[in-house]
Design a protein around this ligand. Structure first.
Ligand SMILES: NC(=O)c1ccc[n+]([C@@H]2O[C@H](COP(=O)([O-])OP(=O)(O)OC[C@H]3O[C@@H](n4cnc5c(N)ncnc54)[C@H](O)[C@@H]3O)[C@@H](O)[C@H]2O)c1
Length: 340
């Protein structure tokens, strides 16, 4: 099968491409290497996902990306340096390839920066996503997986969070763009018969995790003996999900889409093991053999107090089965971090 993966040079996307290629599929990756975090990290992600080792002499962003495009091209992999906000640019790619399924991961992903740059979040996460659906309509593509987020639950009081809970009260622009994606996706499903999954990921971690996310940020600062910004009293909690389990959930959803039609489903992909910030930090301290230097700060606006996934629907519908607990997952993350 030929997959179009957007955001394929990011954290989750690079793991997904690695998996799809191993399974013998062809992959088209669309990524604009945006500056939310260092583009060099995304170049490394792509090389790792393709199993390539390259002595990369980083020079200038545009040159580096063009070089990456040339060395990463193969019979079953094509990388496009392309912004999803540019519909004409996307249209050329859709014209040149016969796409069986789209897995849309490209987004501006941080919660806190979305408060600073809400309009840009709307442009990428909402308009960019609509551009893809418009092209699905034009080119008759009927299978679509979209990355949503646990953040749509806001400060939901009922736990665990279930897909039937009301999600009308997001607390950050980022969360609101993800909720908009779910709603607009339903419109395109209804009007144009696009079979669709909206996958609500719960804090994903593991090798290549985004450098802005807490596990990665804390690991780096502890290992460098630097102060860590510690927001709140440590009782905020997250349902952390290991990257391999998320990839398993995406692949199983993709297989379900291939076998079924008339599909529009929202599912939680979490681990259902909730860890608070204090526990997370002490796990990292133990793994690194070092104590953290905490700088206590008040809770940040936009941050939810807790996430906790009910994954019954994902288990029953697609056979999602997360197997990596937090201890094992963080061990693998820290080993990767120390090796790189
Ligand atoms: N990592 C998590 O814990 C988590 C949790 C919930 C939801 N998600 C969602 O999963 C998806 C992937 O997240 P990630 O953690 O891998 O993030 P990431 O930032 O590592 O990956 C996103 C990729 O999208 C690309 N991108 C951004 N704007 C683009 C644009 N305008 N055009 C083309 N490409 C663009 C980036 O360059 C990046 O490579 C996102 O949609 C995110 O919102 C992630």
């Amino acid at each position: 099968m030929t997959y179009l993966v957007t955001g394929g040079s990011g954290f989750i996307g690079s793991h997904l491409i690695e998996k799809l290629l191993k399974e013998g599929h062809s992959v088209i990756n669309i990524d604009n290497f945006d500056d939310f975090y260092d583009y060099k990290v995304k170049i490394k992600n792509t090389l790792e996902s393709l199993g390539k080792k390259s002595e990369f002499e980083f020079s200038q962003k545009e040159n580096d990306i063009l070089h990456l495009i040339s060395i990463s091209k193969s019979e079953n992999h094509t990388l496009y340096f392309q912004d999803i906000r540019d519909k004409n640019g996307l249209e050329k790619i859709f014209t040149d390839h016969k796409i069986d399924q789209i897995i849309h991961l490209a987004a501006l992903a941080g919660v806190r920066p979305s408060i600073e740059r809400p309009l840009e979040y709307e442009e990428v996460n909402v308009r960019g996503t609509m551009n893809l659906w418009e092209l699905c309509k034009q080119f008759g593509i009927k299978k679509f997986i979209c990355a949503s987020s646990s953040s749509v639950y806001g400060n939901n009081e009922k736990t665990p969070f279930s897909e039937t809970d009301n999600v009308d009260k997001p607390i950050s622009p980022y969360a609101a763009t993800k909720k908009s994606g779910e709603i607009l996706g339903h419109v395109y499903h209804g009007l144009y018969g696009i079979d669709m999954f909206q996958l609500r990921f719960f804090t994903v971690y593991g090798p290549r995790q985004r450098p802005d996310l807490a596990i990665h940020k804390f690991t780096k600062l502890i290992s460098e003996d630097k102060e860590i910004p510690f927001y709140g009293d440590g009782t905020t909690a997250r349902d952390y999900t290991y990257i391999d389990d998320i990839i398993d959930g995406i692949v199983k959803s993709s297989q379900y889409l291939e076998k079924n039609s008339g599909v529009y489903e929202i599912i939680n992909l979490g681990e259902s093991q909730v860890i608070n910030l204090n526990e997370m930090l002490s796990t990292l301290e133990t793994l690194l053999g070092k104590s953290a230097i905490r700088k206590n700060l008040p809770m940040q606006p936009g941050d939810v107090t807790k996430t906790n996934a009910d994954i019954t629907k994902a288990k029953n519908l697609v056979g999602y089965n997360p197997v990596t607990n937090f201890q094992n997952g963080t061990k693998k993350f820290v080993e990767w971090f120390l090796r790189k």
